[in-house]
Structure formats: structure tokens, C-alpha cells
Design a protein around this ligand. Structure first.
Ligand SMILES: [Zn+2]
Length: 99
């Protein structure tokens, strides 16, 4: 498994970092952490041939964003990749709650 994703949308100057990544990189996989973040990021940054923006639901926030699950399911139909669909058990905080 190779993990090369980047939460570019969470950078303080995301639009500037985005522009710089377009200039420097051959390819960026921008994984968002929630379905609403995917929608907002896609709207703000738009599509580009060297940047793939994908939806996800990060294990660390799934307990507070589970109401977005239907939106994620709908988004999955229209994308070629999904990120941040990790096991909740990978988050040490969730392990504590489950124990
Ligand atoms: Zn991540």
C-alpha cells in the first residue's frame, strides 16, 4: 500500500498551495475529510487534469459527521477514487471508546 494523499484543502492558504501544486507537480490527489468538504473544495478549486479531488469521511470525525453518509454514498457514484475510508479502530481515541 502506498499513501501519498494530501489534505490540501485544510492548508491556511489552500488556493495558493493549490496554484503552486499545479505549477510544481505532475499529479496531486486531494483527499477531503468529509462529503461536505468535498463539495465545497470541488466548488472552490474546480477541476484540473493534474489534480484529483476525492470525497471521504475521515475516521477521526465520522462520529460527528455520520449524517453525511448518504451524501458520501451519492458522491461515490460520480468519482473514480475515495479517500479517508479507514477503519475507525485505527484511531486510538476510538479504540479507547470501544474498550
Ligand atoms: Zn488523511
Amino acid at each position: 500500500m502506498i499513501d501519498f494523499h494530501c489534505h490540501l484543502d485544510l492548508y491556511p492558504k489552500a488556493k495558493e498551495v493549490y496554484a503552486e501544486s499545479l505549477r510544481r507537480n505532475a499529479f496531486t490527489w486531494l483527499v477531503t475529510t468529509s462529503p461536505k468538504a468535498f463539495r465545497a473544495t470541488s466548488s472552490v478549486l474546480g477541476r484540473h487534469e493534474t489534480v484529483l479531488i476525492s470525497p471521504g469521511l475521515h475516521p477521526e470525525i465520522v462520529s460527528e459527521r455520520f449524517e453525511e453518509l448518504d451524501l458520501l454514498t451519492a458522491q461515490i457514484d460520480d468519482v473514480i477514487a475515495v479517500g479517508e475510508i479507514g477503519e475507525v479502530e485505527l484511531n486510538p481515541e476510538n479504540k479507547k471508546e470501544a474498550a
